[in-house]
Design a protein around this ligand. Sequence first.
Ligand code: SF4
Length: 316
Amino acid sequence: MPNRKKVVLAEPRSFCAGVRRAISIIELALERHGPPVYVRKEIVHNHHVVRTLRERGAVFVDSESEVPEGAVCVFSAHGVAPEVRDNARARRLDVIDATCPLVSKVHQEAVRFARGGRTLLLIGHAEHEEVEGTFGHAPDRTIVVEDVAGAERLDLPADTPVAYLTQTTLSVDETRDIIAVLERRFTDLLGPGTDDICYASQNRQDAVKAIVPRSDLVLVVGSRNSSNSIRMVEVARRLGTPAHLVPDAGELDPAWLEGVGTVGLSAGASAPEELVRGVLVVLAEHGYAHTELERVAEEDIVFTPPARLTRPAPAP
Ligand code: SF4
């Protein structure tokens, strides 16, 4: 029989500084300009956040081309390619940029390496919006590398001047393996230092690693299109512990709890703490009322919204 039922709550979890900033940009834009405020793509990859903002007057579109000329248009936290900015300018959109500053940093690195004549090896998932945005900063010079096999398959001479960059929300361990292949294969390889995986992804993965030895099951609150949440589930599974993504409390399958003593619980960087509380309520109903905390880092990073939204509004 398992020991007393309990929950080990990982910390840090839930919102990172980039997500907080992106959400507050839409809230401030709605206050300042009134609805509708158009948002290109999901502001962050969480359906609950998107639904809440939609109810307050945000209109989510797939492309800047769908936004009426001259309207306010927010770019999502995942960043955009320069051609999106050009198209928005041509349509005279009033753009407010919610790109996370840590993603903008990767964009600057891409431009710097490409100007230096290097071929960019962008480690990440080709379909992800962040990768599309970074790719767009040097489309003629960039190759997306999705995994170790992709790094092995690269058809480039060993002495090609190359540089690697990474998506910010990747698995720390998998990325290390991919970089190791690139280091072995290329003699003239530059990189951003270690990688571009952001502090929030790193901390959330470290916290999952810390709860795994204490857990029979790990649950990660996050939407199915949230890259960093999926990586957290993978981290737990790779360490041999069953793990599931839980978009919200309604999707927690009680069958998962069979024979489980300790549930490890965390949440991706785009998942609101409110959803974690909902999962805790359901777990308590199944006898997991006792909660312990496992903290691996303190996070005090704050990214402020653009000044145009925080300075006093001009007199009418
Ligand atoms: S997960 Fe990292 S890169 Fe993405 S918004 Fe948060 S801090 Fe920025």
